[in-house]
Ligand binder design. Sequence first.
Ligand code: G6P
Length: 608
Amino acid sequence: MCGIVGYTGAKKAAPILIEGLTGLEYRGYDSSGVAVLENGQIKMVKAKGRLKNLVELTDNGERLPGTVGIGHTRWATHGEPSDVNSHPHISKSGRFAVVHNGIIENYLELRDFLIARGYEFVSQTDTEVIAHLIEYYYNGDPVETLRKVMNKLEGSYALGVLSCYAPDTFYAARKDSPLVVGLGEHENFIASDMPAVLKYTRRFLLIDDGEIVAVSPTAASVFNRNREPVEKQPFTVEWDVSAAEKNGYPHFMLKEIYEQPKAVEATLSPRIKNGDIVLDTIAWTEEQMRTFDKINVVACGSAYHAGMIGKYFIEKLCRIPVEIDVASEFRYRAPIVDNRTLTVVISQSGETADTLAGLREAKKLGSRVLSIVNVVGSSIARESDDVLYTWAGPEIAVATTKGYTSQVAALMLLGLKLARVRGTVTQAQFTELLGELQALPDQIRAVLDRNVEQIQYLSSVYFASNDAFFIGRGMDYALALEGALKLKEISYIHAESYAAGELKHGTISLIEKGSLVIAVAVDKRLQDKMRSNIKEVKTRGATVIALAPVGNNLASEVDHVVTLPDCGEDTYPVVAVTALQLLGYYIASARGCDIDKPRNLAKSVTVE
Ligand code: G6P
């Protein structure tokens, strides 16, 4: 939540900062601001609302001279979205400006401390205390000053600090919020996420908790909490800038839906070698794989839904109990976890605060933690014992699509590997399932080729619905959860999902003539049961769209059938979800919604 960016070099800073913020807007978009240094003075412009307001106010940054600066795009936590609550925040004398991503938990106490020393506050934010504290403790040595300030702060932060005393240098620091340094040619950057500055560099330093960086055009000097210099190896990302651009698609979400075959293939194929699964980033021995007696899955949002598919898949194949928790609940239910439990943490961004807290809790309880993460070097990846990266490339749209499908693919790969090692599948079953996994990219392509027109048509008919009920059984229920989430988050249609057999225990009272029901009935083994549940809602007047596999005979029971290509019995969710994503997308598009940046949401939720 919130994105920060910083630049120092020979070019005008503000246009580059604004460009960087464009790439970070997915992290929050209720206000933005930049501060630059001009003739030893900090000049600042902030604006409530979308980044375009800042663009207009500053003529895309051109009106602000200065070659060093910091910028911010906000997702409000403390204080409503407004000009004054926007970042940067400036110290009393105007000598320091600060941008911050995270939450300062003890800000009230620090505020009182500063008020008692003559400081006045103009905003309601937690961040303003940082600007004043820096000024209060400033002793001519910015790194030492920041260290002192960090010792006072409780909570999470990635900070960018501009000082009028340093003509071409700015400072940055982090604890529990993402921060990278981009290394250019005679120019350097900071950002919350790499795609923000990918146009300028692919070489990055990953900053660790407690570290402080002094960034000048020619150097990025990193210090640890004891103020000792830290040597860091630059890290080069493979993606090019086009990965973070729309490339002709009207929205990132649609582009990312269409990138799914590639994302799933990139996640699977490097790990399938000579008819076997090779998880070479995982350090456990096969012996250890046999010793786990339980798997815990911890995740949020769509990653949680991906975990649910994983639960069905792994339990069936490996005969290990799999518990799954929403990360924000995991810590508070006294989970039964020990060193025979494998905890699988799933997160596209690798920065979700609740998921990170769940990971730490699991480790504390003695569990080995494997994370399934998309962003290389993210906090979750770094704190896990083992990482299985999804190679989906940067995901920009707030509503995840390729992130989710590649998570499901990774879970299936993990499940199949465990099943093989634990001897719960025969060689023939293993080979067959491996073949099914390898077929997934083509099957997703088939949905994108063959189902899209019908889904566009259905969206044009039903886009004005007020409510939608998604029902399914087994893995189809997990898909129903994801389908409903996709629809509600981007179209603002009230959408709920139910285990199909459960609907009649209360919610069916909401079904009336014309209620829209999406029946996810892809699992052939459960189709007869689904047919009965469909009849229950049809009888009460619902309009039913069924999602079903080729060869289904639901046409006479429902209003519309979206027939999916032939897929594997256990791997089909990766394919079927594509149809649900397209339905959400085209309905939101017909309603004229801001699809890539839905209201109130942020992609990377770094507050608990
Ligand atoms: C946010 C996003 C969701 C995502 C969830 C978990 O709510 O809008 O799309 O599923 O966070 O994010 P993660 O990065 O941990 O997968």
